[in-house]
Design a binder for this molecule. Structure first.
Ligand code: PRX
Length: 635
């Protein structure tokens, strides 16, 4: 892999400017030099950003798994592709070579075909962080089935919504999953989810926890016997560059999750390119990203990015605090990890523990450490830099989204001087801009604005599954002709970007993107609740936590408030998942609304934060008196 070599800032600027002047030439070269194609493209890119129509590498033919696995076999067949580190440190780690990965993916691909899965079919994968998750994802890609990985912490109704939205034909799950000292019965959740999912014909079940499961005749099948009988060879499906690769759901500011659709060639080129350059990947490195494969970070930087580069990637089943707070550092020490990529929430939760937990392990193999998913506060940045990176590993604060497919703004290690809380410069090929309220591009530095991207990049999502209109409205109408990220950002005097946070109704809790609307919908379904509004407020560990303002129905008025609050939280957990739990609930008699009936969340956000100084313009409020009442109720 070559991509490009930037050795210093001067070269970065030169390279960046060239990528902006000649984007087609830039991406053409990267795609041409670093991948195996059945057939190359007629045209690098075709787009209409007004209509949200984008295509890359037109008419090229490729299979991403040939690039992730097959082409490495001659040189790296016996190299470890995946290190599986189980939840329980007493269980032995597994080292899966590229040769073994080939066999396992080929067998799984054959099983999928035998079970009636064809190119274009959607397969929902609901698995814990075990090798079968990686193998299932790759097997789908091998035969051209569209994988839709659903994080195995989502509740049954959230799974149902995702399966039904894309009419999945199959679910791949397990009896259960281990998480710290707990085990979760995933098959039970799937059984409940499938009561309302008519499109699912087959369920393949992996054995992991040995929990007893209900096997529904004709629908559910244990996976292992099928794999044992399968042939370890598989001819990959020839995919068009723009054939769908996967759907991954992300929260939006309305109730329904958005199934972001990523396509084959562009995603392949972008995930590989960003991985190589942002983590300074070299041949014998061991890369560890602690995300779950159920999120985009796991898709791009546990699986596709590393494997496309022939790297060794760690899949970790556990959590940072089990069996103790030294677990991450022990794993780095044990597997000689060279690049470590995690989330600010994890850093903050470990930074509050004794530093002995980290100091007692040998982290000298580390070269680059990364952060992703939410703004990293200064204190956490310094702790990470001092105690983990020992001030010698650059901290790459990487900004990106499910929609972008890969990292967009980030320091390049040993090239871009890092600055706490700043994601710094856009990558070559990424045309980031700030827009003002009048929809004009801001040329100056030392400004804040709405972060947009003004030219397509290969890894961008192409649509929302089944709803192109929503795709266009969500991302391409606020600033016509540009992709709007939904984030606000500040650009400092040298042009470094600092992401200030969401400007829409999405709250990032412990690095998870949560739309407030689906949570409100779940709360409003509780029989005692008339109406609710959810906002985020700052939290030391989670970054943000959820604050719910809830109006009760008359029938709920006489209920014990503490009990009711618990019940409401359980209701939210069972509808969305435990990650959506409210940290604070305040029962109120009304919500501040504009004359057009819109809840003024800006005010609720201020109250939740405890900032009563300036509520801004309240002249459009229909019921200004309620603001004082809510404020008093909180004090
Ligand atoms: O608000 C930004 C925040 O996470 C959002 C994207 O969330 P999601 O699609 O779940 O993807 C997370 C993993 C890529 C963004 O709109 N975000 C992500 N990375 C950063 C960040 N905010 C600040 N700094 C970051 N490095």
């Amino acid at each position: 892999m070559s991509y490009y070599q930037v050795k210093n800032l001067e070269q970065y600027f030169k390279h960046y400017n060239k990528s902006i002047r000649e984007p087609r030439k830039f991406w053409d070269k990267i795609a041409d030099e670093n991948f195996t194609w059945y057939q190359k493209w007629d045209k690098v890119v075709e787009f209409d950003m007004q209509e949200a129509e984008v295509k890359w590498f037109l008419n090229a033919k490729v299979n991403i798994t040939k690039n992730c696995i097959d082409r490495h076999l001659a040189k790296r067949g016996e190299k470890t592709a995946i290190i599986f580190e189980p939840n329980d440190p007493k269980e032995e780690a597994q080292h899966i070579t590229y040769n073994e990965l080939y066999d396992r993916v080929a067998k799984m691909a054959n099983v999928l075909r035998d079970q009636g899965i064809k190119k274009g079919d959607r397969v929902c994968i609901y698995l814990p962080m075990i090798p079968e998750l990686a193998v299932s994802v790759l097997a789908c890609a091998r035969i051209g089935a569209i994988h839709s990985v659903v994080f195995a912490g989502f509740s049954a109704s959230a799974v149902t919504a995702r399966i039904n939205d894309s009419d999945c034909k199959m679910v791949i799950t397990s009896d259960g999953g281990f998480r710290g000292s707990k085990s979760i019965d995933l098959k039970v959740i799937i059984d409940e989810a499938l009561e309302k999912s008519p499109s699912v014909e087959k369920v393949l079940v992996v054995k992991r926890t040995n929990a007893s499961v209900n096997i529904k005749e004709g629908r559910d099948i244990w996976l292992q016997p099928l794999l044992d009988a399968a042939v370890p060879n598989n001819v990959a499906e020839i995919m068009d560059a723009e054939d769908p690769l996967f759907i991954l759901y992300t929260s939006g500011s309305t109730g329904k999750p958005k199934g972001m659709l990523h396509t084959t060639a562009g995603y392949m080129v972008f995930s590989a390119y960003t991985f190589k350059n942002i983590f300074n990947y070299e041949e014998n490195d061991v890369f560890w990203c602690t995300a779950d494969i159920g999120w985009i970070t796991g898709h791009s930087y546990i699986l596709y990015g590393p494997l496309l580069n022939g790297a060794t990637t760690v899949i970790f089943e556990g959590i940072p605090s089990y069996p103790d707070f030294g677990r991450f550092w022990e794993v780095i020490d044990k597997h000689k990890v060279t690049q470590f990529y995690t989330a600010p929430t994890a850093i903050r939760s470990l930074a509050k523990e004794n530093t002995d937990w980290v100091e007692n392990h040998d982290l000298s193999t580390l070269k680059v450490i990364g952060s992703v998913g939410e703004p990293i506060n200064e204190e956490a940045w310094h702790w990470y830099n001092n105690h983990v990176g020992k001030k010698r590993c650059p901290v790459v604060d990487t900004w990106w989204q499910t929609e972008t497919g890969g990292i967009m703004i980030s320091p390049l290690p040993f090239v871009t001087p890092t600055k706490p809380t700043y994601a710094t410069f856009p990558l070559p090929g990424v045309q980031a801009v700030l827009m003002d309220e009048r929809r004009n591009e801001i040329e100056d530095n030392q400004v804040v604005g709405s972060l947009c991207i003004k030219f397509p990049w290969p890894g961008m999502a192409r649509t929302i599954w089944g709803d192109h209109q929503r795709f266009k409205e969500t991302y391409f109408t606020a600033f016509p002709g540009k992709y709007f990220t939904g984030d606000g950002a500040l650009r400092d005097e040298v042009g470094y970007y600092r992401i200030t946070g969401r400007v829409d109704d999405v709250v990032i809790v412990s690095g998870h993107n949560l739309g407030t609307a689906p949570i409100e919908d779940a709360i409003n379904e509780h029989p005692a609740v008339a109406e609710s509004a959810i906002v985020g407020f700052p939290h030391d560990i989670k970054g943000n936590a959820l604050y719910g303002f809830i109006i009760l129905k008359e029938s709920g008025e006489s209920r014990d408030r503490a009990n009711l609050a618990n019940e409401i939280n359980q209701h939210v957990s069972s509808h969305i998942g435990p990650i959506a739990k409210l940290d604070k609930i305040q029962f109120v008699t009304g919500l501040p609304k504009t004359r057009s009936g819109k809840i003024m969340r800006r005010i609720l956000r201020k109250i939740a934060e405890g900032d009563y100084s300036n509520f801004g313009d309240t002249s459009t409020l229909l019921n200004p008196e309620i603001v004082e009442e809510i404020k008093q109720g909180k004090l």
